[in-house]
Write a protein that binds this ligand. Structure first.
Ligand code: BYC
Length: 335
């Protein structure tokens, strides 16, 4: 285990640095490289390259935004859940997602970015969030397909992130992944019940799987040859596997689970390649993916509008919390 310097070292992103700062940075870089090479963890007070900090902030804040925007397709179904049991489960799941957002915003804050700024970027439409949440949830079976496919993809992508080199991110992911596996099981169970129900219910389940299959595969990000960030993120032990590796792994899991569900994945080209040991799928519509990222997906406008409304409606809570904190601080300084 590499020993840390007693005094935290700060990186200076600007080009103009004094000789003292340059020596300081060189020492910091050496320590950083050693920590990464031994697959240990970088903590908030450690020196880190400006680009590492920026990459983490980009990924963690996008992830946090995805969690809170991801509450919308499901919260729209809370009042229409078919039973009290399903309603209670769905409320708990949506609440968990708010919690995931919270852990992730907190992790991003340790990198020096204020939560207000991240929120401002989201509601101004400057920040990304996962493409998947710009698709509509049109029937109750979509709650099953989201849980099974979307949370399934999330688990596949996020379990390796529990070993991310940045301590606060990796630790947040451990708890998130535990909750995600409950989410996936509840989605699987909704689909299993529908699939074993009436022919109309089975068709509703199959239609939902047909709608969410391709968007779920695209959640993993662009193919490796079009993924500009993967190589460096993997060298820094933030990402552990490439987008395509995770997509293939996910596909293999879903093929087996679809058999148990009695449902079909809507892709005639799925096959296991004995030579490469990898699962293959049919072509995905990457133009559609790019359009969704540009804000032109079926629900982008609706999701952003709802987020802005929720932010405005929550202003009184933020003001009350700030007033209370100011009062407490005043009391403490008077004591
Ligand atoms: N959607 O170089 P690449 C959840 C962007 S929450 C939108 O491969 P990277 C859940 C990418 O950001 C699910 N944008 O990037 C919640 C980059 O643009 P910038 C969210 C995407 O970072 C509630 C550009 O495309 N999960 O599961 O190496 C309910 C090039 O890509 C997407 C996470 O955020 C996308 N799908 O890899 C239920 C996990 N894909 O930033 C469920 C953490 C790519 O350069 N994040 N882009 O402008 C990651 O693992 C990685 O950031 C990604 C992308 C695999 C997503």
């Amino acid at each position: 285990m590499t020993e840390r310097n007693a005094t935290p070292l700060r990186s200076v992103p600007e080009a103009e640095v004094s000789p003292e700062q340059a020596a300081h940075d060189a020492e910091g870089q050496e320590l950083f490289d050693r920590i990464i090479a031994e697959d240990s963890r970088i903590e908030p007070r450690d020196w880190m390259p400006a680009a590492y900090r920026k990459t983490l902030l980009r990924q963690i804040s996008q992830h946090a935004h995805s969690e809170i925007i991801g509450m919308q397709p499901e919260s729209n179904w809370i009042t229409r859940a078919p039973s009290l049991k399903r309603k209670a489960i769905l409320i708990a799941k949506v609440q968990d997602e708010a919690g995931h957002g919270l852990y992730l915003y907190s992790a991003a804050e340790t990198l020096g970015q204020g939560r207000d700024q991240m929120m401002e970027d989201l509601i101004a439409g400057k920040a990304k969030y996962s493409s998947i949440f710009n698709y509509p949830a049109v029937t109750w079976a979509d709650m099953g397909a989201i849980g099974w496919l979307v949370d399934g993809a999330a688990i596949c992508n996020q379990v390796p992130l529990c070993r991310a080199s940045y301590g606060p991110y990796g630790r947040a992911m451990v708890r998130i992944c535990k909750e995600e596996s409950f989410h996936q099981r509840q989605g699987f169970e909704i689909l299993l019940e529908l699939s074993n129900g009436t022919p109309a219910q089975k068709k509703m389940a199959q239609d939902a799987v047909n709608r969410w299959y391709a968007p779920a595969l695209m959640m993993f990000g662009p193919p490796d040859e079009d993924s500009p960030n993967s190589k460096q993120s993997m060298a820094w032990n933030i990402k552990r596997f490439s987008n395509d590796e995770l997509r293939q792994r996910f596909l293999g899991m879903m093929v087996e689970q679809a058999k148990v569900l009695g449902l079909t994945l809507p892709d005639e080209d799925i096959r296991y390649n004995e030579e490469t040991g990898k699962w293959e799928h049919g072509p995905l519509d990457w133009d559609e993916f790019k359009n969704v990222l540009k804000g032109q997906g079926p629900c982008n406008a609706q999701r952003m509008e709802r987020r802005r409304e929720a932010h405005a409606e929550g202003a009184w809570v933020r003001e009350a919390a700030a007033a209370y904190a100011a009062k407490q601080a005043q009391k403490e300084s008077a004591a």
